[in-house]
Write a protein that binds this ligand. Structure first.
Ligand code: A3P
Length: 283
């Protein structure tokens, strides 16, 4: 299915509409006690939604075990999820892949807290290359080479990784944004959870933190039907072709990209990222 563009950014008509995007940008009211999970796709969105859900429930796993992730932390730009977001009682957990310029304008006057998770774009690209194959409505990714070129040009849902990251990094001086990487979560999940709790002003005791870490582990999430997206209907997603909880590692891009492709990726990366006032673990 073809993409449509909203203010220059590609979206899939299957999931989002111009009406929803315009409403979210201009009219959606963020509340001061909202927590917003923001990522570029395939950067650890579900993982962070699980961590934030478990922090919200003070380590009690019953919420993540009984309520689907998209109901706990709905994507505000998706037509169906937005309805849930508008009905959920505060304090709300919200998720989005929106670039900063399309994020609710109400954010500028709100104390809502944003957790922005980044991942090595090479791994986000490879993860997406595999995941897209499951969506019946999305364009087949084609060869790795073709998909990589589209990714580097930003001709893909939610546009360019570089623009997304640069747009959000510009907000980094705001006290209500916290940046973290997928790589840090992988390296030290417990330490990351503690930092996130500190940012959110949530005091969890040691046992509660242990429970967050245990229940947000790759294996627990892979087995949790409420979090692993195995309940996506067959007419939307072909579960024989792809899975959300695929490998859950850093550096899998090395198994897919040739040396020439990786050199080309690096060139485009630095053309776009030199001058960005933040450093990342993959640099
Ligand atoms: P891979 O495809 O590389 O395995 P998103 O949630 O943004 O769509 O990202 C999905 C990616 O996050 C997938 O990467 C998935 O395996 C990984 N992921 C999800 N939960 C995870 C967890 N608990 N630990 C590590 N990786 C996780």
């Amino acid at each position: 299915m073809a993409y449509f563009k909203y203010k220059g950014i590609p979206f899939s008509p299957e999931f989002s509409s111009e009406e929803t995007l315009s409403y979210v940008e201009n009219d959606f009211q963020l509340l001061d006690d909202d927590i917003v999970n923001i990522t570029y796709p395939k950067s650890g969105t579900h993982w962070m939604a699980e961590v934030l859900s478990l922090i919200q429930s003070q380590g009690d796993p019953s919420w993540v075990q009984n309520v689907p992730l998209e109901e706990r932390a709905p994507w505000i730009e998706l037509d169906e999820d937005l309805k849930i977001a508008l009905k959920n009682p505060p304090p709300r957990l919200l998720t989005t892949h929106l670039p900063f310029q399309l994020f609710p304008k109400s954010f500028l006057h709100s104390k809502a807290k944003v957790v922005y998770t980044l991942r090595n774009p090479r791994d986000a690209m490879v993860s997406r290359y595999h995941f897209i194959k499951g969506f019946k409505a999305l364009k087949d990714p084609g060869t790795v080479e073709e998909f990589m070129e589209r990714f580097l040009r930003g001709e893909i849902d939610y546009g360019s990784w570089f623009d997304h990251v640069k747009g959000w990094v510009e907000m980094k001086e705001r006290a209500n944004i916290f940046f973290i990487t997928y790589e840090e979560l992988r390296q030290d999940l417990r330490g990351s959870v503690q930092k996130i709790c500190h940012f959110l002003g949530k005091e969890l005791n040691s046992q509660q933190i242990d429970s967050v870490v245990e229940n947000a582990s790759f294996h627990k999430m892979k087995d949790n039907k409420m979090s692993n997206r195995s309940t996506m209907p067959e007419n939307v997603f072909d579960h024989t072709k792809a899975t959300l909880m695929r490998k859950g590692i850093s550096g899998d891009w090395k198994n897919l990209l040739t040396v020439a492709q990786s050199e080309r990726f690096d060139r485009v990366y630095w053309e776009n990222m030199c001058g960005v006032n933040m450093t990342f673990p993959w640099e």
